[in-house]
Design a protein around this ligand. Structure first.
Ligand SMILES: [Zn+2]
Length: 156
C-alpha cells in the first residue's frame, strides 16, 4: 500500500526552528518551538541600507508638513544611522512561536511582528495572559561566529 502522506517540505533557507520554554509565574513551564529568521551578512547590510534610506526618505517627505517639519526633518536625518546600525546588528528575528500556554494549557501558535528573540513578550490568544518566552540560548547562539572588530593583534 503506497504511503499517502504528503512529503515534508524542504526547510526554507534562513529559517531556523529552536526549542524554548513558555513560563507564567508559578505555573510549570511548557515547551515551545520558535521559528527564527537568520540573516546573512549581505541581508543585514541590505536591511541597514534600507533603514537609512527609509529614514531619509521620510525626512524628505516631512519637509512638506507645516510646522512639524521643524522637528521631524532633523530627527529623521539624525536617526538614520542609528536605525541602520540597529538593523545591521540584528542577526536573528523571531517570527512565530508554537506551544502550549502554561497558564490555561491552550494551544498557542502566534505570529510575532519580528524582533530580538531574547526579549519578546508573547500573549496567549485564549486567556490573554502575557507569557515569558525563554529560548534555548545554546541554539540561538549557534550559527556563524559573531564578527569582532578588534584592533591589530599584538606581536608575540
Ligand atoms: Zn493561556
Amino acid at each position: 500500500m503506497p504511503d499517502r502522506r504528503l512529503p515534508t517540505p524542504p526547510p526554507t533557507p534562513g529559517l531556523l526552528e529552536c526549542p524554548g520554554e513558555l513560563r507564567y509565574f508559578d505555573s510549570p513551564p511548557t515547551t515551545a518551538v520558535l521559528v527564527v529568521r537568520e540573516f546573512t551578512a549581505a541581508a543585514r547590510w541590505k536591511r541597514a541600507v534600507l533603514a537609512w534610506i527609509g529614514c531619509w526618505g521620510a525626512a524628505v517627505a516631512a519637509v512638506f508638513l507645516p510646522v512639524l517639519h521643524f522637528v521631524l526633518v532633523p530627527t529623521l536625518l539624525f536617526a538614520a544611522p542609528f536605525a541602520a546600525r540597529r538593523m545591521f546588528a540584528q542577526r536573528r528575528v523571531l517570527l512565530s512561536v508554537r506551544g502550549r500556554c502554561p497558564a490555561c494549557a491552550a494551544a498557542l501558535d502566534t505570529t510575532l511582528p519580528g524582533g530580538d528573540p531574547r526579549v519578546q513578550p508573547v500573549r496567549c490568544d485564549a486567556c490573554g495572559r502575557s507569557l515569558e518566552l525563554h529560548p534555548d540560548t545554546s541554539l540561538l547562539a549557534a550559527g556563524p561566529a559573531p564578527e569582532k572588530h578588534e584592533g591589530p593583534r599584538p606581536q608575540a
